[in-house]
Write a protein that binds this ligand. Structure first.
Ligand code: SF4
Length: 265
């Protein structure tokens, strides 16, 4: 599989990883602050309280550092280390809100951070997935991919699409059909969660905006979700599009790992 612009992806990943490092530094500073209270003759906290806070912060920091280095090591080696996954799965959802807050403080656009996180997540998922079954792969599409003037209700069932070719839904359904995977068109997080409950997928490929993708990926942990950011030439949530090459490439990450005993439907 040919990777498109690996250097660009590396730069994108650095935004999230850099901010994560900044979060650790801040937590380290807070821990040091409480530690200093221990040695100060007069404090607002009792000595016992400051000691307890310091110990708790040190434990948290230790876990966070393990999670961070597990992530960096996995990304650098480009392979999964089962013993390290647990730390990453715990640390990423806990620290993501802090990463966004620090990014906001530094005036870094939220969708840039979310985009970077999606890149990091996609590479981590790529290292982990194995032995998938076709009918346990779910492709989630946002309803805004459908042409606004189309009257067919494809969120109820994607088979309602008449494949007229006026929007990309037809082409994507053809692709999903040829691969034998499940597709659901959803209007938001609630329907996406319902689709996950319905299909019990082993893996999900989701197309959405940065915000919905990053929250969906975090909500679904540890279910492997690969994200493809949509294109919004007409503004948000209106006649959006997806880069088909990128979607094909992302789907191939899972379809390459198909269990040889699984058959196309
Ligand atoms: S391909 Fe045609 S029928 Fe299908 S969703 Fe798009 S506009 Fe509607």
């Amino acid at each position: 599989m040919v990777r498109v612009s690996e250097e660009k992806e590396k730069i994108k990943k650095r935004v999230f990883l850099g901010l994560l490092l900044l979060v650790f530094t801040s937590l380290l500073a807070v821990t040091a602050y409480f530690f200093l209270f221990l040695s100060a003759p007069e404090t607002y906290f009792s000595r016992g309280g400051a000691l307890l806070l310091t110990v708790l912060l040190l434990i948290m920091l230790f876990l966070f550092i393990l999670g961070f280095f597990s992530m960096v090591f996995t990304l650098m080696q480009n392979r999964s280390f089962p013993g390290l996954n647990w730390f990453m799965d715990k640390v990423i959802p806990l620290l993501f809100p802090l990463v966004l807050s620090i990014g906001r403080f530094l005036h870094i656009a939220q969708d840039k951070i979310q985009n970077s996180f999606i890149e990091v997540n996609n590479q981590l998922v790529r290292t982990r997935s194995k032995h998938l079954k076709r009918d346990r792969i779910l492709l989630l599409l946002p309803h805004c991919l459908q042409k606004d003037s189309c009257s067919y209700k494809i969120t109820h069932s994607s088979s309602n699409c008449h494949r007229c070719g006026e929007c990309q839904v037809a082409e994507i359904l053809e692709l999903a059909f040829s691969l034998g995977i499940n597709v659901e068109v959803v209007t938001g997080g609630t329907l996406a969660r319902r689709a996950v409950q319905k299909y019990h997928p082993q893996a999900v490929v989701a197309v959405a905006c940065e915000r919905d993708l990053s929250s969906g990926i975090l909500d679904s942990y540890p279910l492997p979700v690969l994200g493809v950011v949509n294109e919004r030439p007409n503004g948000p949530c209106y006649n959006t599009m997806v880069d088909m090459e990128s979607l094909r490439e992302t789907l191939s990450i899972f379809t390459e790992k198909l269990d040889k005993t699984s058959t196309a439907s």
